[in-house]
Design a protein around this ligand. Structure first.
Ligand code: FES
Length: 150
């Protein structure tokens, strides 16, 4: 085994710290994206309102958005919560060349060529020119229904 001097030891330690820092940032970013399995309905897909909430230190925290998935969907649906009864539901397929978008807080980004869309699906940065496909959302008791017929 090769002996290392103090300077090399400190240098390697710093690299390890940087590496673990990057890892923790990556993990925290991953943990902020929450996927909910949607239930197929006759008119579309639904999730419970409770998918938006979780407990942290005995306090209920409300998520800003969730991603709705189901095996029947080719792309996830970004479901953004404006209030308890107002949501937008956006198809996470880029209108430029069809790549799957990534959710980042209140907007969506395309990893392919950098297009961005706001939480209502409006293009905020090209090269995409068309807004995202969006779906009507209705709320019935504790259920959020995304109408996929349009
Ligand atoms: S496919 Fe999304 S910007 Fe090109």
């Amino acid at each position: 085994m090769k002996a290392i001097n103090r300077r090399e030891f400190v240098k390697q330690g710093c690299l390890a710290c940087v590496g673990s820092g990057i890892l923790s940032i990556t993990l925290s970013n991953c943990s902020s994206v929450y996927y909910a399995k949607g239930t197929v309905e006759t008119t579309g897909i639904s999730v419970l309102k409770t998918e938006f909430t979780y407990l942290r230190k005995d306090q209920t925290v409300t998520r800003q958005y969730i991603l709705v998935q189901n095996d029947k969907l080719e792309f996830p649906i970004y479901l953004y919560r404006f209030s308890e009864n107002e949501y937008s539901a956006l198809w996470m397929k880029c209108t430029h060349q069809g790549s799957e978008l990534q959710a980042s807080g209140d907007h969506l980004q395309c990893p392919a060529h950098g297009s961005e869309f706001n939480n209502r699906g409006i293009v905020s940065q090209g090269p995409a020119e068309k807004n995202l496909r969006s779906f009507p959302v209705s709320v019935l008791d504790n259920k959020i229904l995304i109408d996929l017929r349009s």
